[in-house]
Ligand binder design. Structure first.
Ligand code: DX5
Ligand code: ZN
Length: 215
């Protein structure tokens, strides 16, 4: 499955970018919320998502790169998020935040930075609907993929098989034609793509060709 990231587009044409994501046949639209604290950049808040919500039936996949996300969960749910991913490094209350998201009937995701190991989130794997492995250091689009992160995808995949947990595994950062086959084979279910998606003229055939490359 694919989750193209709005960050790879042009915010002055956000509505058109969202339509392009839907027309490509992607399953999700990925929204990168940055607060200038957890990561250096600031992108947008809940209103951006709220204003775009009526334009699309896509699953809104909201990636919160913000400190203390527990303060903002309710607002992002109200804005129309279908899935909310919080960073394990951003809160002292990870279990509580994930529970808040789930109690609202939305999908709860946990993200880990390149320097964070899978064992750090082991206690919450039973309640997580998804795990997002950062394959770059979060904060900007267009960075170079960090190959060492693939081991964590494999570890999450085998942990899932042993335990019977049913989280999905995502990869975010520097994902594209060069590494997607390896990522899917390693256990990734959802590819987040900003730059590689928006660089393509024909986004639909791009996604289909990626799918074919892994079949
Ligand atoms: C990075 C963001 C990503 C970003 C990926 O901090 O979480 O979702 O949009 O962009 P690319 O695909 O350009 O690496
Ligand atoms: Zn992201």
């Amino acid at each position: 499955m694919f989750s193209p990231s709005m960050l790879g587009g042009d915010f002055s044409r956000a509505g058109e970018d969202l339509e392009a994501i839907a027309a490509s046949g992607a399953d999700y639209a990925h929204f990168d919320v940055m607060d200038g604290q957890f990561v250096p950049e600031i992108t947008f808040g809940a209103k951006f998502i709220e204003d775009l919500r009526p334009l699309s039936d896509l699953v809104f996949d909201v990636h919160l790169m913000i400190e203390n996300p527990e303060r903002h969960i309710e607002r992002f749910i109200k804005a129309g998020a279908d899935k909310i991913t919080v960073h394990a490094e951003s809160t002292r209350h990870l279990w509580r935040v994930l529970s808040m998201i789930k109690e609202s009937g939305k999908d709860a995701g946990v993200a880990i930075n390149p320097a964070t190991s899978v064992s750090f989130i082991e206690p919450v794997l039973s309640i997580a609907d998804s795990v997002l492995v950062m394959t770059v250091n979060p904060g900007w689009g267009g960075q170079k993929f960090i190959p060492q992160t693939v081991e964590k995808i494999k570890e999450l995949d085998s942990r899932r098989a042993e335990s019977g947990f049913d989280y999905t595994i995502g990869a975010d950062g520097g994902v594209g034609r060069n590494n997607i086959q390896h990522l899917f084979q390693s256990g990734m279910d959802i590819a987040v793509m900003g730059t590689s998606f928006f660089n393509e003229e024909d986004k639909g055939s791009f996604l289909r060709s990626l799918e074919e490359s892994v079949e």
